[in-house]
Design a protein around this ligand. Structure first.
Ligand SMILES: Nc1nc2c(ncn2[C@@H]2O[C@H](COP(=O)(O)OP(=O)(O)O)[C@@H](O)[C@H]2O)c(=O)[nH]1
Ligand SMILES: [Mg+2]
Length: 249
């Protein structure tokens, strides 16, 4: 008790000494820097990345969404939803073993709405995802090519910020039942070319990191991510390519 009170009285006199004050402030700054560094490392390099993130464009006006919630529902229950899902502003999240897989373990799935207003939350989700599944509406792919390119470009830009393990990204070309045929190379080429065109148009105004790559191969595969293409129909329960993709990685 006596020791404590004597120390307490000594502090102001110690602080009067310029030398001790300098040591105190250096220690304080050092502590603050270490604290900020720990927070930064935790956010960007945390190994706790277990989420399987489902993203893509949402519905606009009379057009429906690409099928994210339908895919989530089929993965969870094995069946397409009977009800018409509504475009939501809240992520749909659940931990389960995807139906139709014998080898996959329980994983945390997030069906993330494609709304622009959720940009900050999307960045957080992308930084902490283990896998990204981008649902693309194949039936409106060519008419909405520019919008699709911008949407996927924004996801790739977020993925470029990651410095941890390389992340697998699946572009799930959905609604194949509405299309005559699916040509993987054509979808890859058209989407790739449009993204390259878009980033060139952004030019210097898009910021110094707006150029992701100069050719399609480098755009879809780099040290932060690698992009795969598969097709199916969530509404018809045809999602085996997604299951096989998850089993392979
Ligand atoms: N024809 C067809 N329609 C689909 C398919 N997948 C989803 N849809 C429909 O697309 C609409 C939007 O689906 P939803 O899952 O809500 O899209 P989200 O906004 O991306 O979550 C719904 O009417 C679905 O029934 C598909 O594979 N084929
Ligand atoms: Mg939805």
């Amino acid at each position: 008790m006596q020791l404590e009170s004597s120390l307490f009285y000594k502090v102001p006199s110690l602080l009067e000494n310029k030398f001790t004050l300098a040591i105190f402030s250096t220690c304080f700054c050092l502590f603050l820097l270490i604290f900020i560094w720990v927070l930064y490392v935790k956010r960007h390099y945390s190994p706790v990345r277990t989420k399987i993130l489902i993203v893509g464009r949402s519905g606009e006006d009379e057009y429906p969404g690409s099928g994210k919630s339908t895919l989530y529902h089929v993965l969870r229950t094995g069946k397409a939803p009977k009800f018409q899902s509504v475009t939501s502003m809240v992520p749909n999240e659940g931990t389960f073993i995807p139906r139709g897989s014998k080898t996959l373990k329980e994983s945390n799935f997030v069906d993330f709405p494609g709304n622009e207003r959720l940009k900050t939350e999307l960045e957080e989700q992308v930084l902490h995802a283990k896998v990204v599944i981008y649902v693309l509406d194949l039936s409106r792919f060519e008419t909405e090519l520019r919008k699709e390119a911008i949407s996927f470009y924004n996801i790739l830009k977020l993925l470029k910020k990651r410095n941890w393990k390389i992340i697998p990204v699946l572009i799930f070309c959905n609604k194949v039942d509405l299309c005559e045929n699916f040509d993987r190379d054509r979808v890859r080429r058209l989407l790739g070319e449009e993204i390259l065109k878009y980033q060139r148009e952004l030019g210097p105004s898009g910021g110094e990191d707006s150029i992701l790559a100069t050719n399609i191969d480098a755009l879809f595969s780099c040290s932060q991510y690698v992009v795969f293409f598969e097709s199916g129909s969530a509404a018809q329960g045809v999602i085996e390519p997604v299951i096989h993709f998850l089993e392979r990685i």
